[in-house]
Design a protein around this ligand. Structure first.
Ligand SMILES: Nc1ncnc2c1ncn2[C@@H]1O[C@H](COP(=O)(O)OP(=O)(O)OP(=O)(O)O)[C@@H](O)[C@H]1O
Ligand SMILES: [Mg+2]
Length: 337
């Protein structure tokens, strides 16, 4: 891993997105929401990186900026194109973005809302191809191939999305994303809306596709148990920043950040009175960034290990191959699973 990797397909450096906050009758701008506040990571070709954290911590915003569906406030998004050229997605003009975008695709949580209900599956999967100039005939052949690849019977190509189950719709979404042979896929909670049994099937499919097509994946999830099975490496986000990043097994067995340990502990049934919560803290503020200008560790208000230093100084994300942003990471003995 490491943030200096030259073999990286994707290298994100100091990525930020600050949204203005407007209040009151006159809708005056009163501050900023630092949805993403200095995210850096490298993703090597053929690897799967999990991006995990509670609702509102900035996962989707990060993913959308990488594809330039959203303009970053600051930072670099270095992407190695299939022709070997490295481009900074953050700097590209509209036209260049269109070209680069065929090589990076997004898979969404709710495939149903992203699929036009009035289009048969055949046309839905062909849509990205057609928009990049494929002929109807070539697209047709490619659609059959894609449906088989994701485990859908090509005989159902004329059916409409409503005729498919949730898992099958996600397969349609995946086929669409694969249509233009992208090298990078950003999957934004692709199994969160599915039944547990179906989740496993879709995760298996993604694993298989990654191997067969040498795909590189940024896999967004709020559930750590989902990423353990799939990801080579995991980055944990809290309030717009990565607080821990490591190889999957290392992160699960030897977490270094109290927040990661809390997520691991809270996995099955979160206990509001768990030792992690400060008794008098309002736990509902959770991972959402607050529109205040803060100093110190953003997790400190919820951390049982906090010291004076924690409320005064923001810890840097540091380490050899296992990175954590905690002043006390070397003293703490946190429990993994
Ligand atoms: N267009 C926007 N304008 C203002 N604030 C926004 C906008 N989009 C997102 N935010 C805020 O930015 C923060 C991060 O949102 P984001 O959707 O990236 O979180 P997330 O980690 O994907 O959460 P979830 O798990 O709920 O999908 C949240 O506080 C959200 O309210
Ligand atoms: Mg999201």
């Amino acid at each position: 891993m490491s943030n200096g990797a030259t073999d990286a397909l994707l290298q994100v450096r100091g990525l930020k997105k600050h949204f203005p906050v407007h209040r009151g009758l006159l809708q005056r701008q009163t501050g900023w929401i630092k949805a993403v506040d200095g995210v850096s990571f490298a993703l090597a070709q053929g690897k799967i990186l999990g991006l995990v954290g509670e609702s509102g911590c900035g996962k989707t915003t990060t993913g959308r900026m990488i594809l330039r569906a959203l303009d970053p406030t600051e930072g670099e998004i270095l992407f190695r194109q299939q022709d070997g050229q490295v481009v900074d997605m953050a700097q590209l003009g509209r036209r260049q973005v269109v070209q680069a975008r065929r090589q990076m695709q997004m898979i969404f949580q709710d495939p149903y809302s992203s699929l036009n209900p009035r289009m048969p599956v055949r046309d839905l999967i062909a849509e990205p191809l057609r928009s990049y100039g494929w002929s109807a005939r070539d697209s047709h052949a490619r659609v059959g191939e894609l449906m088989e690849r994701v485990g859908l019977d090509p005989r159902y190509a004329r059916r409409y999305p409503h005729a498919f189950s949730g898992g099958q719709r996600q397969r349609i979404g995946i086929a669409r994303a694969l249509a233009l042979s992208p090298s990078l896929i950003v999957a934004d909670e692709p199994v969160s809306a599915l039944d547990v049994s179906v989740q496993a099937q879709i995760l298996n499919l993604l694993r298989q596709l990654q191997t067969d097509l040498d795909l590189t994946l940024l896999f967004i999830a709020h559930d750590l148990s989902v990423v353990r099975y799939l990801c080579d490496e995991v980055a944990v986000m809290y309030q717009g920043r990565i607080v821990e990043q490591a190889a999957t097994e290392a992160l699960f067995t030897q977490p270094q950040h109290p927040y990661t340990a809390m997520l691991l502990e809270a996995a099955p049934a979160p206990d509001p009175h768990a030792s992690w919560m400060e008794e008098d803290e309002d736990a509902s503020e959770a991972g959402e960034p607050t529109p205040t200008d803060d100093q110190g560790c953003s997790f400190a208000p919820r951390c049982r290990y906090k010291s004076d230093l924690c409320s005064q100084q923001m810890p840097a994300l540091e380490g050899e191959s296992h990175l954590a942003a905690c002043h006390h990471k070397d003293e703490l003995e946190l429990h993994g699973v």
